[in-house]
Every structure is written in C-alpha cells, then in structure tokens.
Design a protein. Structure first.
Length: 279
C-alpha cells in the first residue's frame, strides 16, 4: 500500500463499484478503506453480505443500491465466481462510461469474454491475485486491453495494490502460467508445510510439535525470503553445510525425480488446466 495509491484513490470523483464481496473482493474492500478511500465513494453488489459489510453502510457505503442510483463508475471491480459471470456482466453495462475501467479478478475469464459481455470499446483489465491478499501480502498480475489509458491503469494499479504487490504484463497468454505459479502457488506452500509436519511425525516427533515446527519454519523462511536481498538459491546454500544434515536432505529433494521435476510437472499441469478452463 503506497502513498501514491492512496493519493490516486483520494482524488476520485465518481463511484468505485465492487461486484462480489467474498474473500477476495472483501480483502480488496478492506485494503481500499485502509488506504483512505471514503466509504461513501463505494457501492457494493453482494447478495449475501457479511455482517461487517452491512455495518459499513452506516459509514456511507452503498450496499446493493438501485441500479439507477450508481451511474457511470470510475472503476468496476468484478470479483464474482467465474461460473456466474455470464449472468452478472450484462447488468454492469449501464455503469460503464468512456472513462470507466473494468477490472476483473475472475479466474479464467479472458479479456475477449469481457469485451463480448460489455463492449469492445470498454477499457478492461484482467488480474490474477492470490490468497495472501487477505493479509495484505498478496501479489497480483494484471494485463490491460488496448483501450486502457495511462490514467485508468494508474487507478487499476492503486486498487490492486491495496492487497500487496502488483506486476503488469502485456501478453495475456502468460496469465495461465501466472495462475499456475502465484495463483495456485500458496497451495503448494501449504502442502510443503503439511508434508514436512507428517515427515517429522514419521521421524518420531509428537504430531503437534511437528506441526508447529513445520508451520513456523515455512512461515519464517518465507519472511526471510521476503526481506533478504539474496536470491533463493543463495539463501539455500547459506544454510547447507557440506556433508551436513541439510545436504543429506537436499540430495534427496534435488536428486532424480526430486522437487525440481515435481514442481515443473505441477506448474505445467496447472497451466494446462487454466488454458482448458479459459476455453
């Protein structure tokens, strides 16, 4: 969350419309409010609002307002499940003006789908966040269509950066690999913690202790990776003494059919599945 993003959101003259306030939409909403976006500048369409969302109405947030009261929005963020996109998107068209940027975080829904559902003249951004967004430590990759102006991209960046880092790409074809690496990636890390705990228990540790050690080790190593200026390979080498215990373990993990090969196969499988889901 940067000062630049806060300034961008503070100078909005029209509504930010959030469509879908589930886990990811809710995380974005919390981030915007933390950046200083006024609740009165927000309208949210959510058929099953959580108690916290309903409470924001007392601060001026417009929850499920009549369609005619919203008008053209500065930005529309579509955060619904992709399975219901076909029924949701047509109702958003009246809120899309010449200056509106439509930002979709729906998995698998390509820019071409958004253009068909709204208008080929619409400024569109497709983005893929990941679950650490819920604690402000996510990373999002975004790709714009050709109609997104510099100002609209700045606004989209500010909105997405409320939950963590943002990277931009020009080739939408890369989004399937992005999905496989950062979108699905948290599950791989959680599996690592799960497998490490099980291995510790198999080695004789009490299961509860093994789970605590695995969780703290994965979380602490991730934080070190975040803060250290060194690349992952150097960090790995720094904790690996020749002939020591770490070296013995890495001979297994980095040997034939080891982690490198498994991860390559896993990312390739997720990439292929993302292409299938996107049609």
């Amino acid at each position: 969350m940067t000062t630049t993003s806060a300034r961008t959101l503070a100078h909005l003259s029209r509504t930010i419309l959030l469509v879908g306030a589930g886990k990811m939409g809710g995380a974005l909403l919390e981030g915007w409010l933390a950046l200083g976006l006024e609740a009165r500048n927000l309208a949210v369409l959510e058929p099953k609002p959580a108690r916290e969302l309903s409470a924001l109405a007392s601060r001026g947030l417009r929850l499920n307002p009549p369609a005619g009261s919203i008008g053209e929005a500065s930005a529309i963020i579509v955060a619904v499940k992709p399975q219901i996109a076909g029924e949701v998107m047509p109702g958003l068209a009246p809120h899309v003006g010449a200056a509106t940027v439509v930002l979709s975080i729906m998995a698998g829904q390509r820019l071409a789908f958004l253009e068909r559902a709204l208008s080929q003249r619409a400024a569109l951004v497709r983005a893929m966040p990941n679950t650490p967004a819920s604690i402000g430590r996510g990373i999002t990759v975004a790709v714009p269509n050709v109609r997104v102006s510099a100002r609209q991209r700045e606004l989209a960046h500010a909105l997405l950066s409320a939950t963590g880092a943002v990277e931009w790409i020009a080739d939408e074809g890369l989004m399937d690999a992005v999905t496989a690496v950062s979108g699905s990636g948290p599950a791989y890390v959680f599996l690592l913690a799960e497998a490490l705990a099980q291995a510790g228990a198999a080695a004789g540790l009490p299961a509860e202790l093994a789970a605590k050690l695995a969780r703290a080790t994965v979380a602490g190593s991730g934080e070190l990776l975040q803060r250290a200026p060194l690349d992952p390979a150097t960090l790995r080498q720094n904790v690996t003494s020749p002939g020591g215990t770490t070296s013995a373990a890495l001979e297994v993990l980095m040997g034939p059919h080891g982690l490198d090969e498994l991860m390559a196969r896993a990312v390739a499988a997720a990439t292929a599945r993302s292409r299938q889901l996107g049609g």
